[in-house]
Ligand binder design. Structure first.
Ligand code: F6R
Length: 236
């Protein structure tokens, strides 16, 4: 795992932009990006939106979506992606789980077919305080594919800041599985702030265990971790 300790999230996002630019240069055909939402990648998306990069030959496949929120709901991840990136940088095609499909079997199979059809070249990840990646909460099997997740209290509390009140946070989500994340050719995982320090330590130095989903990234051949000083506090 390559580790970049940066001074600010802007410096980290610039590093991410450079790596995305390199991926676009290296792949002459269609490029498939796996994308995350949440607070962490917002600066990256802002810089990408302001850049000269062209994503018209790119496919975007998002990690996850809340069950029960449609794309018009400002808290949905579909809305987030349109707001922060897709409205400014058109992609050839974008995919995100359909939170309005209450048939989890149908929806998760549909998403796995998309992932089979478009292998991910570069996956962008954030890191949950409890070590989750995507919405793969502690205990999720490493072999998991797309599935419906019951969100933990820790994740609901962490995400409540995006909602009027914590009771508004949906209790479940559809998430790409850990197996699909690990199938990406290259992964960038970013984490900023002291609230992420313990999870970063377990990701980098801890045993590889389903109790810390991100720890499996130690076994991926091409991962770059971008962290600020506060998040890197326990690995220095
Ligand atoms: C979001 C996602 C989550 C977040 C993680 C960190 O699509 O998959 O794993 O990346 O919860 O969230 P932030 O960046 O808000 O701290």
């Amino acid at each position: 795992m390559k580790i970049w300790i940066v001074k600010t999230p802007v410096e980290g996002a610039n590093k991410g932009v450079a790596m995305i630019q390199q991926t676009l240069k290296d792949c002459h055909e269609q490029v498939v990006f796996g994308l995350a939402t949440g607070g962490t990648p917002q600066t990256l998306y802002r810089l990408l939106s302001a850049s000269q990069l062209d994503f018209s030959r790119c496919i975007a496949i998002n990690l996850d979506e809340y069950v029960g929120l449609d794309q018009e709901n400002p808290q949905s991840y579909a809305y987030y992606m349109n707001r922060h990136l897709f409205s400014k940088k058109p992609f050839q095609q974008t995919f995100i789980p359909n939170g309005m499909n209450r048939n989890a079997t149908v929806e998760t199979q549909r998403y796995d077919q998309i992932l089979d059809r478009y292998p991910i070249d570069l996956q962008i990840l954030g890191l949950g305080q409890n070590g989750h990646i995507g919405f793969n909460e502690p205990g999720t099997p490493f072999e998991s594919t797309t599935h419906e997740v019951q969100l933990t209290e820790s994740t609901i509390a962490a995400n409540a800041r995006f909602f009027a009140q914590s009771t508004d946070v949906p209790r479940s989500a559809y998430s790409m599985g850990i197996k699909s994340i690990m199938a990406a050719k290259q992964i960038i995982i970013m984490a900023y702030g002291k609230a992420k320090a313990a999870a970063v330590k377990k990701l980098v130095l801890g045993p590889v265990t389903t109790a810390v989903p991100a720890s499996i990234l130690q076994q991926h051949p091409n991962v770059t971790l971008i962290v600020d000083e506060a998040a890197a506090d326990q690995i220095k």
